[in-house]
Design a protein around this ligand. Structure first.
Ligand SMILES: O=C1NC(=O)NC(C(=O)O)N1
Length: 321
C-alpha cells in the first residue's frame, strides 16, 4: 500500500483528494455524501453574507468529447448560489473533526470587503477546530463583479485586512494566470502574509463560451452563455499554475491543485507539478462521490508501478529538459 496522506495548513488529511468548492457541497446532504465518500476532506460551497439564488438556469453544462476541441469538460455560471455564511458557520460549529476523521474547509466569497470582514470575524470568533478557510478571490460569474484575483493591488489590500483577522493558517482560491509577470506579482503578494498557508490553483477558466452545433445556441443561459470552463480541457493550464506558484511561494507555503483531474493520472501530474492536495470539480459533478475511491485506486496503482511509496517522494519533482 502506498501513502496518499498529506498535511494542509498544519491539518492532517487521510488522503490528498477532496471536492472543489462549488461541487457537491451547497447543502448538508451533499456534504454528508462527501463525508461518506473516499475523500480525505471536504469544502463547502463559497458562502456570501446573505443566501443567494444565483444565476438563471441552465447554468451548468457538461461538454462531452467532440462538442468542443480539446475533449471534454464543463461550462458553468452558477453565480455563487449558496445558503448564506451562517448556514456554513452552523455546520462548522457542529462538525466533529475527530468523529469524521476529515478536516472541514470553508470557502468564503464576500461580495464586498465589508462582507468578507464580517464573515471572517464570525469564523475566527467561533474558534472552530479542524476548520480551514479558503477565501475565494476568483468567482468569474457574478455579473458586474470582476475577479479580485486579477486585481493585484485589491488582492493585497484585502489580504492586509483579512489575514490579521484570521490569525490561523488559511488559503485563497486563485483564478488561472497566463503571464509570467502575473505569476511573479501574485506570488510576491502571497509571500507577504505569514498565515497565508496555501493557494488553490485554479478556479474555472473564466468566461468561456460553449455553443451547440445543431441548435446554434449557447449551452448555458447566464451572461449570453459566458461561463467558467472546467474539466479535462483546463488540465494543462492548471498544471502550469500549480507549478508556477510551487516554484515561487516561500518555504512552507503550499499549493492545492484543481483543474482537469478525471483520473489518477492527472492527480499524479498535479502532485508532480507541486500540489500538496487535489480538488475535483467537474468529474465529481459528472460521476458523483464514488469518483474519490476510483481516483485514489488509480493514483495508488500509478505510484506502485513507478516505485513511489508516498506522495512526498515525487511532489514538485517535475523534470525539465
Ligand atoms: O468561484 C466560482 N467559480 C466558478 O466557476 N463558479 C462559481 C459560481 O459561479 O458560483 N464560483
Amino acid at each position: 500500500m502506498v501513502d496518499l496522506s498529506t498535511v494542509i495548513a498544519g491539518v492532517p488529511l487521510s488522503n490528498v483528494f477532496f471536492n472543489a468548492a462549488g461541487a457537491w457541497c451547497q447543502r448538508e446532504d451533499e456534504l454528508q455524501a462527501l463525508l461518506d465518500s473516499g475523500a480525505g476532506s471536504l469544502i463547502t460551497k463559497s458562502a456570501t453574507y446573505e443566501a443567494r439564488e444565483g444565476n438563471p438556469t441552465p447554468r451548468y453544462a457538461p461538454l462531452a468529447d467532440g462538442v468542443i476541441s480539446g475533449g471534454g469538460g464543463s461550462i458553468s455560471s452558477i453565480g455563487l448560489a449558496n445558503e448564506g455564511y451562517k448556514y456554513y458557520l452552523n455546520y462548522a460549529r457542529q462538525f466533529d473533526v475527530t468523529r469524521h476523521g476529515k478536516p472541514l474547509f470553508i470557502s468564503l466569497s464576500g461580495l464586498s470587503l465589508a462582507d468578507s470582514v464580517k464573515m471572517v470575524t464570525a469564523f475566527a470568533q467561533a474558534e472552530l477546530s479542524g476548520c480551514i478557510l479558503e477565501i475565494n478571490f476568483s468567482c468569474p460569474n457574478v455579473p458586474g463583479k470582476p475577479q479580485l484575483g486579477y486585481d493585484m493591488n485589491a488582492m493585497d489590500t484585502t489580504l492586509a485586512t483579512l489575514a490579521p483577522l484570521i490569525e490561523k493558517p488559511f488559503g485563497i482560491k486563485l483564478p488561472p494566470y497566463f503571464d509570467m509577470a502575473h505569476f511573479d506579482q501574485v506570488a510576491a503578494v502571497v509571500n507577504k502574509y505569514d498565515n497565508l498557508a496555501f493557494v488553490t490553483c485554479i478556479n474555472s477558466v473564466g468566461n468561456g463560451l460553449a455553443i451547440d452545433l445543431d441548435t446554434e445556441r449557447a449551452m448555458i443561459k447566464p451572461k449570453n452563455g459566458f461561463g467558467g470552463l472546467g474539466g479535462r480541457m483546463i488540465l494543462n493550464t492548471a498544471l502550469a499554475n500549480v507549478n508556477a506558484f510551487y516554484r515561487r511561494l516561500a518555504p512552507g507555503k503550499q499549493v492545492i491543485g484543481v483543474g482537469g483531474v478525471v483520473s489518477g493520472k492527472e492527480a499524479f501530474l498535479h502532485i508532480l507539478a507541486g500540489a500538496s492536495a487535489i480538488q475535483i470539480g467537474t468529474q465529481l459533478m459528472e460521476e458523483g462521490p464514488p469518483v474519490f475511491d476510483r481516483v485514489k485506486r488509480e493514483l495508488e496503482s500509478i505510484m506502485e508501478k513507478k516505485g513511489y511509496n508516498s506522495v512526498e517522494e515525487f511532489r514538485g519533482k517535475v523534470k525539465t529538459l
